[in-house]
Design a protein around this ligand. Structure first.
Ligand SMILES: *Cc1c(COP(=O)(O)O)cnc(C)c1O
Length: 388
């Protein structure tokens, strides 16, 4: 399994500090939502420049709670991108609302504001952009459209902790932002997520939605100031974060800037090697003054110049011991979504062209320069062998 010649697609950056932080929580006698979670929420809100933050069990849960808090349901439409993980769309369906897909922009692979504007109807209630790979979506355009039509904007920032638009961090831009701390993400708590917002009353209501709709926090119920009494004010979900996860999150948050710096170095090394190769299309970069979080490195193939397709290219990399992936299989490819909404690939030509040509290379802090160079050499060797 740990063949030194094999380069894993991803490895979490976990160390003794995380182990000690978790052990301390285990010894403290307080396991679930408590003081560590509160501290993580405060420091994360400060980091992204949001007025408040709510720690939950996943990014999926954070999105679900946001849509529930806004009261979205049957008859409401939410516009999102097909180039995402399925849960971005699932949460809309879970609320009984209707997902509407708009194609992505060829320049940054995120929601194309022109396509979004074309899909607005009297039933549209919210936009759900995804900051793919860590590159911020065109938020100024999207917020302008949203404000003109009285829509909410929920950002899926699963890849974008630490990304920035000018001086504004992702997490402080739209009406609400959802982050993921899943095992593969650039800040991980094994499983976990965070909802941030500048609207404190929205977030207070979201907090109720995240814990059964209980009128006071469960953890306060068992402290000296608490009591056995509580009220239930709405049919809430159960997706609170535990102090075990928050303890991991606090250590990981302190490492995040350093880890983004390392991911950025790796991405630059790849792009320097690939940018002059006509068979390859390096990923879009952040606009001047913005910051890409470089969670993923998306390399595209110029298929006109190669004798093999993307799938074969992936196999060639794997056979050289290099872990690879594809982000993402567009949601309209999946049986459920094809059958339920009748979506077809022809409706999303930009997304489909990206999907057919894209692959993700290893890009994580523990990758050494030597390993990066081996990945580069393998990519160039495959191009050399199969160029037209
Ligand atoms: C990982 C991911 C999610 C889901 O995050 P969870 O924390 O596992 O719920 C949502 N959207 C995108 C784009 C993701 O990559």
């Amino acid at each position: 399994m740990s063949d030194p010649q094999v380069i894993a697609f991803d490895r979490p950056d976990m160390g003794e500090e995380e182990i000690a932080a978790v052990a301390e929580v285990l010894r403290s006698g307080w396991l679930t939502t408590g003081p560590r979670t509160r501290q993580f929420e405060q420091l994360f809100a400060e980091y992204v420049g949001a007025r408040s933050a709510l720690a939950v069990s996943s990014c999926t849960a954070a999105m679900e709670v946001a849509l529930a808090t806004w009261g979205l349901g049957a008859g409401d439409e939410v516009i999102t991108t097909p180039l995402t993980f399925c849960s971005t769309v699932h949460v809309i369906v879970h609320r009984g609302a209707t997902p509407v897909l708009a194609d992505v922009s060829p320049n940054d692979y995120t929601l194309d504001p022109v396509q979004v504007a074309n899909r607005i109807t009297p039933r549209t209630r919210a936009l759900l952009p995804v900051h793919l790979a860590g590159l911020p979506s065109q938020m100024d355009h999207l917020l302008e459209i949203a404000n003109a039509h009285g829509l909410k904007v929920l950002e899926d920032a699963a890849h974008a902790a630490g990304a920035r638009l000018g001086e504004r961090m992702v997490g402080s831009l739209g009406h609400a932002t959802a982050f993921s701390f899943y095992a593969t993400k650039n800040l991980t708590t094994a499983e976990g997520g965070m909802l941030t917002s500048n609207d404190e009353s929205f977030l207070a209501q979201a907090r109720l939605w995240s814990l059964h709709g209980l009128s006071r926090d469960a953890w306060k119920r068992y402290t000296a100031e608490g009591s056995w009494q509580y009220d239930v004010v709405l049919p809430g979900l159960k997706c609170n974060m535990t102090d075990l996860q928050a303890a991991l999150g606090l250590v990981q948050l302190a490492k995040l800037e350093r880890n983004i710096a390392r991911r950025t170095e790796i991405a630059r090394r790849y792009t320097a090697a690939f940018s002059h190769v006509p068979e390859l299309i390096p990923p879009p970069e952040a606009r001047p003054g913005d910051r890409h979080a470089h969670h993923l490195y998306l390399l595209r193939l110029n298929l006109d110049r190669l004798r093999i397709r993307r799938d074969r290219f992936l196999q060639e990399l794997q056979s050289r011991g290099i872990g690879v992936s594809v982000h993402f299989i567009p949601v309209y490819h999946f049986t459920y979504y094809r059958e339920r909404f009748g979506w077809r690939a022809e409706e999303f030509p930009v997304c489909e062209a990206i999907y057919r040509s894209v692959l993700s290379l290893p890009c994580y802090p523990r990758l050494t320069d030597d390993q990066v160079d081996r990945v580069i050499a393998a990519v160039l060797e495959i191009v050399e062998t199969y160029r037209v």
